[in-house]
Design a protein around this ligand. Structure first.
Ligand SMILES: Nc1ncnc2c1ncn2[C@@H]1O[C@H](COP(=O)(O)OP(=O)(O)OP(=O)(O)O)[C@@H](O)[C@H]1O
Length: 332
């Protein structure tokens, strides 16, 4: 079986702006894969290229072996997309919205109705089936986007920030649901700004920055790339921080607390205590803290130049392929 997603040197240019700069990424079938990156990193552009909303400028993109442009229909039929924006036809009862979507992807009418009921029950808004999109609460709208993504029983579920702005309860419900779907065999690609979400759900994550892949790793591997900080309270603190050569990346003194950044706090702490005692310091207490995944993420995506913003670049898109998909999602 080919990978669920395979891109090689994928490039997308919006006028002068290169939103994807030769992105090569493989997501295996059955994986729960996270795409992380700061605003403007190119995550949505990547997703939109896969679903045919954006026409690539260069490179290759395949979904289960189907080229996203040459074999558009097969590639698109394999994907269920829950986008970031609420792009739902607001004038129809939501069950009809789902039936239209299923019909568009080739399901016969009675099967589409059955499937619509099934997914509405699964995401927990079946009792709202005859209401219009406008009348749903924000959380219910998120649930509906997921239902619409699921109505075609896709092999690849793409979730673009599915829990942005939802309350804790719904976030946990959604996590549970997508975990179940993944356990049932659906490949999941998730973009998120919540590091905790990626850590909890994803088998692997790709960190993107400015259209490039910075790294691909499991959340645990990422964490081992961090450093530890050993905080020591000194009974009679000196005027300046002591010099600790050999193992300390950084030493700072604030009041009576000495902070020493090292690779591995557990194995370095005894030596640090010995050294401090040999220098005549009296130790109060000691604490070791590990760099959080969030700090590692910030470190990996630190950028000196973030001058390009969505608003300054948005006029550059002349992408005629957008209309095709927008129509399909029911917004055009
Ligand atoms: N239709 C468009 N026309 C021109 N530029 C665009 C268009 N869509 C996105 N861009 C630009 O491409 C870059 C990548 O944007 P994209 O939305 O893919 O990033 P993102 O990682 O999804 O960001 P966010 O986390 O804010 O959603 C940004 O600089 C953005 O301004």
């Amino acid at each position: 079986m080919p990978p669920a997603i395979e891109t090689v040197d994928l490039v997308k240019e919006y006028g002068e702006l290169r939103a994807l700069q030769g992105l090569s990424l493989t997501v295996e079938e059955g994986e729960f894969f996270g795409l992380l990156g700061p605003n403007g990193a190119g995550k949505t552009t990547f997703i939109n290229t896969l679903v045919g909303l954006v026409r690539k400028s260069g490179g290759d993109a395949r979904v289960f072996g189907y080229d996203v442009e040459d074999d558009y229909r097969q590639a698109r039929d394999a994907i269920g997309l829950a986008p970031q924006e609420f792009n739902v036809d607001r004038f129809f009862p939501i069950k009809e919205v789902l039936q239209h979507k299923a019909g568009y992807h080739g399901l016969p009418e009675d099967e589409a109705a059955e499937r619509a009921d099934e997914v509405l029950k699964r995401v927990g808004i079946y009792d709202k089936r005859d209401e219009r999109f406008d009348w749903l609460s924000g959380g219910m709208k998120r649930r509906l986007l997921l239902a619409r993504a699921l109505v075609t029983d896709p092999d690849l579920l793409i979730l673009d920030e599915p829990t942005a702005g939802v309350d804790v309860q719904l976030r946990h419900d959604l996590w549970e649901l997508v975990t179940e779907l993944n356990e049932e065999g659906t490949t999941v690609l998730l973009t998120t700004h919540y590091i905790e979400e990626a850590e909890r759900l994803c088998d692997r994550v790709a960190i993107m920055n400015e259209g490039r892949k910075v790294t691909v790793a499991t959340p645990d591997e990422l964490k081992t790339r961090g450093t530890d900080t050993i905080s020591v309270r000194l009974e009679s603190p000196p005027a300046t921080a002591p010099v600790l050569d050999g193992y300390a990346h950084e030493v700072s003194l604030s009041g009576e607390t000495l902070e020493v950044r090292v690779d591995d706090g557990g194995s370095t702490a005894p030596q640090l205590l010995n050294d401090l005692e040999a220098m005549g310091h009296e130790i109060g207490d000691l604490e070791i803290s590990r760099t959080s995944l969030e700090e590692i993420f910030v470190d990996l995506t630190r950028s000196e130049d973030r001058t390009v913003t969505r608003s300054s670049a948005s006029s550059a898109d002349d992408d005629s392929s957008s209309d095709r998909e927008l129509e399909q999602e029911g917004v055009a």
